[in-house]
Design a protein around this ligand. Structure first.
Ligand SMILES: [Zn+2]
Ligand SMILES: [Zn+2]
Length: 181
């Protein structure tokens, strides 16, 4: 179940609000390779009312478990960060004002039903790498024997290179030339 916020009500008598709350991780509908050892994502939001929308400063504190793109091991990644997002009540189009480059503008369809989970999902996707690595120096899995080269170094690849060298036309030529001597 996604978490919603009624911005119109919450900011009825205020110019800005500040909120701390937690959102269940599984409400975010992240891709299935994302999991977390924490049940909730901690959120801190500062919301400022503006003429055409709301300025949101979103800070998250979360932990995700990702699969290493090289060795396929699962590893934890802490996510902490703050983003500024402008929720625009105007439909995206020509009239939309330009904001500073580092400001993300999102179209706010219904200010009485602002989807917090969706914003968090996008934030987590942006903060996690496309090809996550357990370690920058992860050696990955041997394509030949399947061993995890971080823990079980093997020499399959060297052996294969050796074989390729032996089978190369130059190696054969060399053998023939040796025989001639
Ligand atoms: Zn790895
Ligand atoms: Zn191997």
């Amino acid at each position: 179940m996604a978490v919603y916020m009624n911005l119109k009500n919450e900011l009825k008598n205020e110019d800005f609000i500040e909120r701390d709350f937690e959102v269940p991780f599984n409400s975010l509908e992240l891709p299935e390779e994302y999991s977390s050892k924490e049940d909730n994502v901690k959120v801190h939001m500062f919301i400022l009312k503006e003429k055409d929308g709301y300025m949101v400063s979103l800070s998250i504190d979360s932990n995700v478990q990702l699969e290493c793109g090289r060795c396929l091991k699962h590893f934890d990644m802490d996510l902490k960060g703050t983003s500024n997002i402008f929720l625009s009540k105007k439909k995206p189009g020509k009239e939309q004002e330009l904001h500073e480059d580092d400001l993300i503008t999102e179209y706010l369809e219904d200010e009485e039903k602002f989807n917090v989970s969706e914003l968090l999902r996008e934030e987590i996707l942006v903060q996690t790498p496309m090809k996550p690595l357990c370690d920058e120096n992860c050696k990955g899995i041997c394509p030949i024997c399947g061993a995890d080269k971080n823990t079980n170094p093997c020499n399959c690849e060297e052996q294969q290179k050796e074989k390729e060298r032996e089978n190369s036309p130059f190696a054969k030529l060399k053998v023939l030339l040796e025989k001639k001597k």
